[in-house]
Every structure is written in structure tokens, then in C-alpha cells.
Write a protein that binds this ligand. Structure first.
Ligand code: DWN
Length: 393
């Protein structure tokens, strides 16, 4: 095992989940066979990068992708707010060039159309590119890379949300960004924070699409090594908590608040293995609590369903050993997921009109708790929030 970022071979283990299915590889039938792959999380003491040891062919994971960013109204607003702030802050106009990496179904880039600002999407998913095209957003159906960067226009703004953690070679990815970014341009990167994952017991965020898990320490190492710098960092709450980074060519000055964020993380010891050592035990405890709760509810005849056929849901349901006789089905509004089955546990996925008004709902898409609950005001049952520790509300 070589570190994805610095190639160090000394990578102590944080937690191992054994062999598990690919989180978004939903089954067409309960009799379908799914592939299982080792899933182990390790820490690199040289560059502080947390990462998994197994690397799956990205074509298998992303060429036909079942995750549609537009499925969340919260994500759509997060995206449109970011676009509006960038247009204003960077004084973008019809002569500017915007590029988004991992543009998905054009949930974000379509917001540039009303400003008449040229925007180009890059996403390897063929099925998502068709949707983006239908919205009038030009999309290159490929993985972003240093090689692809040679053929791209220079950009005033590059946007890369929830993608840095998915790439097998972060150095190649960042070399490509340095190549495409204009000297006074900015690259906005959003990435889940490994601190939120560890302190939130968010083991459901650990699956094969997420190759790397970032702290400000590992991010600084990565950008410094690729002629880039974090000019500004902000905390964001979306997708369970992360950072929004404004990355520029090295000349820019870093703001005071960002320096303070670096100091806090350093004081917490995110650059030391000891910070991660208790995670596995806490995950074990959470798993026991969740299994005991669900088994107890089931033993008294309670009806239990899950909500959110999310990648994180696959990881969580399989980790606790959920089965269709305990959790009747998983509710989800994504058309391509409805009628399929969660890989591993084979729990059927059904549409939101199956929720009814009574019973218990294990909120596997707990990151969208407020939005999902707001869509079911007539539901008078109870919601089980699995993490950081199981609670019922
Ligand atoms: O990094 C990634 C994040 C950004 O998105 C990708 N690797 C994969 C994906 O992770 P995820 O599948 O865990 O993401 P979500 O957004 O937590 O998945 C939520 C699921 O819940 C989706 O299948 C859509 C569904 N949903 C719903 O049915 N009704 C979501 C909302 C908000 C709703 O109202």
C-alpha cells in the first residue's frame, strides 16, 4: 500500500470493514450477485492523508452513475448560492470562463446560464452528461486529469465539489488544476472534512468511491506540492460537514480566519495517528447500539423502514447487518434507484409515497434530515437518526 499523496509505505490501519459491496452498485433483483471488495482505512503519518487501501477502476464506479445531485433541494440552493457569490465576488461576465469538475447533472453549472457566462462541465458519467446536455450545459464526458487539462480553455473559476476525495491520483488532479487556472483565477474546492467524519462517528462516509479523507494539514501538503495554495477556507455543513477552499496560484495571501483553522486542527492533532486510534472502537459501539435498538423495536412488532438509498446508506445498513425482515424497505426519490435493491443486504428501494404515517424511519440519508422531514409533515411516526450516536426524534 503506497500513500495516494506522498507514496509513503508506512500507513497504519484505522479501521477495516472486511469485504463489502460497492455502495452505489444497486441490484436489479434480490437474486443478483454483487462483487465484494476489501474496505480498510489507513493514515499516512508523512502527509496526514487518511485513505482507503483498495482502489476500484473509476470506470466501474462512475461511467454509469446513480447519484443525481439535483435530488436534493438543499444541494440545489447550496449550488445556486455559490454561483451567485462567485459571479459577484469575481466580477464574472460573458468574457469569463468557468469549468466545473464532476459537474454531475448540471445542477450547478445551469445557474451560470442566466448570467450569460460560458461554463463547461467535466464528468465521466455518460448518463449524467445526457441530462446536462438536455439543460444546455456543455459537458466533456471524461475524468479530469493533467492530460485532459492540456485540451481545456484557461479558466477564471474552476469548481470542484465533492470530487477531490474520489480521485486515485490527487497530485495529477491538482497539476491539471494548476495548468488550467488563470494566474488570477480561483478554484473552489469542497471536500468532506476528516475531522467531521471522525468526530461524527461517520463510518457511513467510508466506501470505495471515497478514496481519501482530508484534513487541512493533508490539503496544505497536497496544494503546496502542486504549486497551489489555500487562500481562504470556510467550514460548510453540507454532506455531513466539510471545507470550502478558495485555491489560487501561490502568490495569494491567506486570510487570518483560515490560519486559525489550521492552528485548531494542528492543536487537535489531525496530523498524528493517535487522533484516529479510537475511531474503530466508537464505530463498534455505535453498531452495537443501532443493532440493539432495531432488534428491540422489531421484537415488539414495530414497522421499520429506512429513508435514503444513499451510498452512505449502503455502508451503514450492511455494517449493522440489516435484513429485509427487520427493515422492510428503503425509501428514495431517485427514479433510477426505485425498484432496485441495496447491494449486500438486498433491501428493496421504493418511492416516497410508500412512507405512510406510522412506524420508525431509520434516516440513512441523515445529512438531509431537515429537508426530508419537511417533505413528510403528515408522518406522525418517529425518526431514527443513526449518527453520531443513535437517537429517536
Ligand atoms: O461524495 C458523494 C456524495 C456527495 O454524494 C458521492 N460519492 C455519492 C453521494 O453520496 P450519498 O449517496 O451518500 O449522497 P446523499 O446525497 O446523502 O444521498 C441521499 C439519497 O437520498 C439520494 O439517493 C437521494 C435521496 N433523497 C431522497 O430520496 N429525498 C434525498 C433527499 C434530499 C430527499 O428529499
Amino acid at each position: 500500500m503506497k500513500c495516494l499523496l506522498c507514496a509513503s509505505t508506512d500507513t497504519p490501519e484505522i479501521i477495516s470493514f472486511g469485504k463489502v459491496p460497492l455502495a452505489n452498485a444497486f441490484l436489479d433483483s434480490p437474486d443478483s450477485r454483487e462483487e465484494l471488495f476489501d474496505l480498510t482505512l489507513v493514515f499516512c503519518p508523512v502527509c496526514s492523508l487518511v485513505q482507503i487501501t483498495q482502489s476500484i477502476d473509476p470506470n466501474k464506479l462512475f461511467r454509469n452513475y446513480s447519484y443525481y445531485s439535483s435530488m436534493s433541494d438543499t444541494m440545489l440552493k447550496h449550488a445556486s448560492d455559490l454561483v451567485d457569490s462567485l459571479v459577484k465576488e469575481r466580477k464574472l461576465n460573458s468574457l469569463s470562463q468557468v469549468i466545473e469538475i464532476a459537474s454531475n447533472d448540471a445542477y450547478l453549472l445551469s445557474n451560470f446560464q442566466k448570467y450569460g457566462i460560458p461554463a463547461l462541465g467535466i464528468d465521466p458519467s455518460v448518463n449524467l452528461a445526457v441530462i446536462a446536455h438536455s439543460k444546455g450545459v456543455q459537458t466533456i464526458t471524461d475524468f479530469f486529469s493533467d492530460r485532459l487539462a492540456d485540451s481545456l480553455p484557461k479558466a477564471d473559476v474552476i469548481i470542484a465539489l465533492n470530487v477531490l476525495g474520489h480521485v486515485p491520483d490527487p497530485n495529477d488532479f491538482l497539476r491539471g488544476i494548476h495548468k488550467v487556472l488563470k494566474p488570477n483565477g480561483v478554484c473552489v474546492i469542497e471536500v468532506p472534512s476528516v475531522r467531521a467524519t471522525i468526530e461524527g462517528n461517520s463510518f457511513d462516509q467510508i466506501y470505495h468511491e471515497h478514496l481519501s479523507y482530508w484534513s487541512l494539514s493533508s490539503l496544505r501538503y497536497a496544494f503546496k506540492g502542486n504549486n497551489l495554495m489555500i487562500a481562504r477556507a470556510e467550514k460548510i455543513s453540507i454532506h455531513g460537514g466539510g471545507y470550502r477552499l478558495y485555491v489560487t496560484q501561490p502568490s495569494a495571501i491567506r486570510d487570518r480566519q483560515t490560519n486559525q483553522m489550521f492552528e485548531i486542527e494542528s492543536a487537535l492533532g489531525l496530523d498524528k495517528f493517535v487522533y484516529y486510534q479510537c475511531f474503530a472502537d466508537r464505530v463498534k459501539d455505535v453498531g452495537i447500539l443501532l443493532r440493539t435498538l432495531l432488534a428491540g423495536l422489531h421484537s415488539v412488532g414495530a414497522r421499520i423502514v429506512a429513508y435514503g438509498a444513499a451510498a452512505k446508506g449502503t455502508q451503514l445498513l450492511n455494517y449493522i447487518g440489516a435484513t429485509p425482515d427487520i427493515i422492510e424497505y428503503v425509501i428514495d426519490s431517485t427514479p433510477v434507484k426505485i425498484g432496485k435493491y441495496v447491494p449486500g443486504c438486498r433491501i428493496p428501494i421504493v418511492s416516497p409515497n410508500n412512507l405512510g404515517t406510522q412506524g420508525y424511519v431509520l434516516l440513512t440519508a441523515h445529512n438531509w434530515r431537515d429537508e426530508i422531514k419537511s417533505k413528510h409533515k403528515d408522518f406522525t411516526g418517529q425518526w431514527i437518526i443513526p449518527l453520531p450516536f443513535p437517537t429517536i426524534e
